[in-house]
Ligand binder design. Structure first.
Ligand code: DAT
Ligand code: MG
Length: 149
């Protein structure tokens, strides 16, 4: 089954949004298979955001993402990568649709509450940066019989 990497960023932790965000993905039918609260070490920030390392906003992004703990998760389910991106909303919260996480809880691109992998390949890469296989659980959710036909 497809997996994605989601991370509530430090603003989401400080604003008490972790439970609300987890609920959205749980209720949609996705399954959390790993989760941990952690302040990211610099090496992992550089690896995670390698594609942005040369961009002008990167120093600000790095200090923001390391400013406090994040909540890191692996989620599993049918088409979870794309559906999570849709549930998260556009990168700039000014353009995020109402009903999305960013469209409901954020105002600025530099504090947009949550990260989600942008493709299946990216998800694999990001999961392996932040989690060991032993940290990911394999289990059946009891309601899967009413989620998948
Ligand atoms: P996303 O998080 O939607 O995948 P991204 O991968 O393009 O967006 O960028 C990663 C993060 O970097 C994004 O969540 C917020 C920040 N960011 C992106 N573009 C930015 C910009 N022009 N100015 C400031 N921060 C930016
Ligand atoms: Mg991205």
């Amino acid at each position: 089954m497809e997996q994605t990497f989601l991370m509530v960023k430090p603003d989401g932790i400080q604003r008490g949004l972790v439970g609300e965000i987890i609920s959205r993905f749980e209720r949609r039918g996705f399954k959390m298979v790993a989760g941990k609260l952690e302040t990211l070490p610099e090496a992992r920030v550089l690896e995670h955001y390698a594609e942005h390392a040369q961009k002008p906003f990167f120093p600000g992004l790095k200090s923001y993402i390391m400013s406090g703990p994040c909540f890191l998760m692996v989620w599993e389910g049918k088409n979870v990568v794309q559906i999570s991106r849709d549930m998260i909303g556009a990168t700039n919260p000014m353009e995020s649709a109402p009903g999305t996480v960013r469209g409901d809880y954020a105002l600025e691109i530099g504090m947009n509450v949550i990260h989600g992998s942008d493709s299946v390949e990216t998800a694999k890469r990001e999961i392996s940066i932040h989690f060991t296989p032993a940290e990911c659980s394999s289990y059946t959710r009891i309601d899967e019989v009413y989620l998948y036909e």
